[in-house]
Design a protein around this ligand. Structure first.
Ligand SMILES: Nc1ncnc2c1ncn2[C@@H]1O[C@H](COP(=O)(O)OP(=O)(O)OP(=O)(O)O)[C@@H](O)[C@H]1O
Ligand SMILES: [Mg+2]
Length: 270
């Protein structure tokens, strides 16, 4: 008898804005869906609808309809390619601060119920340390922290980690270094962050991989198309597979997918 796998609720966050959360979430979710996983992605940047914009979707109903009791949560879910399900954020300026504690509580319960039959639920969060981030972090036992090699982005990523710890939210934290210029640069970012959270917070994070600075990603974003399909042979698409394998617990496939150079770097930094 096959046991039901529990849904994995994974928030995608960053300290600094514009580091690639939405791009990574959307491409990762589509790839997981293509591989047969049941995936729901929540446009968690309430008010900005990042996910729908990046996929060129214009949903009729959004969380705005849910919050104003016009639609149930499952009624606003739309389907994208490969059956990927998307919960569209509001396109207005909706803030969780406008909701009562009871509404927030019910929203969490509804989200948990909605995600129950899925393999994965991803939340593409707003940047920073705001109330939306702590709200969604309560829903998700796992967090993918995205940073670029820029010192400000790294500092802000550390800040987010610290805030979640201080709020007693201690998710399993995964790190993706985006827009790296080399595997070496990505590894040294990971190393610095890993050392900092160990030394100052007594905690740890796990490296999922890196995406290079890649023109293919920019070109596909401009066309509102996922880069994994527009440019499947681009380095960013190849590296996304390493991330995906590692997330699925398949370290062997992940390290096979990484070049020899990445493996040497991993050895040096471990
Ligand atoms: N690896 C990459 N190479 C080149 N460009 C990239 C890469 N990753 C993301 N970008 C570009 O960076 C821009 C910001 O990306 P994205 O919207 O995914 O960031 P975000 O973290 O979701 O931003 P926000 O904090 O505003 O939600 C986009 O134009 C995207 O095309
Ligand atoms: Mg975004």
């Amino acid at each position: 008898m096959e046991l039901n796998k529990a849904s994995r609720f994974i928030a995608v966050g960053s300290g600094k804005g514009g580091v690639g959360k939405t791009t990574i979430t959307v491409n990762l979710c589509l790839e997981l869906s293509r591989l047969g996983q049941k995936v729901l992605v929540i446009d968690g940047d309430l008010g900005l609808a990042n996910v729908c914009i990046s996929l060129g979707l214009d949903p009729e109903f959004t969380l705005e309809h849910y919050f104003s009791n016009q639609r149930r949560l499952e009624e606003i879910v739309i389907r994208g390619a490969y059956g990927l399900e998307i919960l569209p954020g509001t396109s207005g300026s909706h803030h969780l601060t406008q909701l009562s504690e009871e509404q927030k509580h019910n929203f969490i319960l509804d989200l948990q119920a909605l995600g129950k039959d899925r393999d994965y639920v991803f939340v593409d969060m707003a940047a920073g340390l705001g109330s939306q981030v702590t709200f969604f972090s309560r829903l998700c036992p796992e967090l993918i922290l995205v940073t670029t090699p820029e010192p400000t982005a790294m500092g802000d990523a550390y800040g987010l980690f610290k805030v979640l710890q201080e709020a007693s939210l201690k998710p399993q934290v995964w790190l993706i270094v985006n827009r790296a210029h080399s595997a070496w640069e990505a590894r040294s970012v990971e190393n610095k962050l890993r050392m900092a959270v160990r030394k100052f917070l007594g905690s740890h994070l796990d490296y999922l991989g890196y995406l290079p600075q890649d023109q293919a990603v920019m070109d596909s974003s401009r066309k509102q198309k996922p880069f994994v399909y527009e440019f499947p042979n681009a380095k960013a698409s190849q590296n996304l597979f390493t991330v995906l394998y590692r997330l699925e617990g398949n370290e062997l496939a992940a390290s096979r997918n990484e070049g020899l150079w990445d493996k040497v770097l991993q050895f040096i930094h471990s």
